[in-house]
Write a protein that binds this ligand. Structure first.
Ligand code: ADP
Length: 324
């Protein structure tokens, strides 16, 4: 009896051993299968990333889990970063090509004009004092245009690459307005445009970079004069908003802008009327520079306009926190 029991027990042990063995092998096989599947997934996704195919990236979204899942999640995230950086590189490349195309187009017009007038002078016009004087004046005007373009291009490139450093300090808006008016006085007089202001003496100082904000206001006032007709008016207004900021507006009774063009005004080289802009010495970069400077002050340019009635360009600036 004892012998039979012993035999049975040894059978049980053997059976148990076999069951454990089968279970272990099956578990190993199953794990191997799952691991191999996930490694294959990681390999496939990496291959796609290498070939810049990002449309299948989503198949590598796994739940947080073991180290292998974490690795696949990293592959997924790396793919997303590479995709984003490639898109940015493509955008910059097309921006660069557009920019170079636009710049060379802008350079060609005055260069051809200078060359044309020079050749005409050399071809005999020099003998005629009146004609030669007129042509030399045109050459000087076109050279000035090249100079303005070079300055605007350098400003915009420094602003876009963040190389233009800011000197934030309290600024008197009255002083800012007075400086700008002084610099555009003769332009306004020649265009027969009257400039007036509405800036209270008690206006508190604002916070910003004086030189850059002067450029903003000057560009807006120069535009208001350029895109007005004889007898039109330009008004510079400044008023406090909720004791927190000051809104500065440049209001003109000029030619105005159609609604469909309003959103494009701050695009580089965008002009509603190319010939009017060029003959007024415009580069198409003024409002783009304004947008960048205001963005560096965390502000935006607002425009309201009606063709034939006039335009209002405005922006806000925070009040300076004065000590005490
Ligand atoms: P531009 O050098 O041509 O003046 P800007 O970038 O300063 O370039 O302005 C872009 C365009 O916006 C101008 O060409 C003009 O068509 C339009 N614009 C700007 N300011 C005014 C304004 N006050 N009234 C009417 N149109 C304006």
């Amino acid at each position: 009896m004892v012998l039979v029991q012993l035999t049975l027990t040894s059978w049980s042990w053997t059976a148990l051993f076999l069951v454990v063995l089968v279970a272990t092998v099956s578990a190993y096989q199953a794990t191997k299968h799952v691991v191999a599947r996930r490694l294959k997934l990681a390999r496939t996704v990496l291959r796609h990333i290498r070939k810049h195919k990002f449309e299948n990236l989503e198949m590598a979204t796994t739940r947080r889990g073991d180290e292998l899942n974490d690795l696949i999640r990293q592959v997924h995230r790396t793919g997303q970063v590479v995709e984003k950086e490639l898109e940015e590189m493509k955008r910059l490349d097309s921006y660069r090509r557009d920019f170079i195309g636009n710049v060379s187009h802008e350079l060609k017009t005055p260069i051809f004009a200078i060359r044309g007038f020079g050749e005409t002078l050399l071809g005999g016009a020099l003998e005629d004092e009146e004609v030669s004087q007129k042509f030399v004046q045109k050459i000087v005007r076109n050279a000035d245009r090249l100079g303005t373009l070079a300055e605007d291009l350098s400003d915009i490139s420094r602003l876009e690459t963040g190389q233009r450093t800011m000197q934030i300090q309290p600024i008197s808006v009255r002083r800012l307005v007075a400086d700008v008016i002084e610099s555009v006085e003769s332009l306004a007089k020649n265009a027969d445009v009257r400039i007036s202001t509405s800036v209270s003496k008690s206006l508190p100082p604002v916070q910003g970079d004086a030189l850059q904000l002067r450029q903003v206001l000057s560009n807006l006032v120069v535009n208001a004069i350029k895109y007005s007709n004889e007898g039109d008016k330009v008004r510079i207004k400044a008023r406090t908003l909720k004791k927190k900021s000051i809104r500065i507006s440049v209001v003109d009774t000029g030619i105005g802008i159609e609604k469909q063009n309003l959103d494009r005004l701050t695009e580089r080289f965008f002009r509603v009327d190319k010939s009017r802009s060029r003959s007024a010495g415009g580069t198409g970069l003024g409002l783009s520079i304004v947008k960048h400077i205001l963005a560096a002050h965390d502000q935006v340019l607002k425009v309201e306009s009606k063709p034939g009635v006039g335009s209002t360009f405005s922006f806000e600036l925070p009040l300076a926190d004065l000590p005490g």
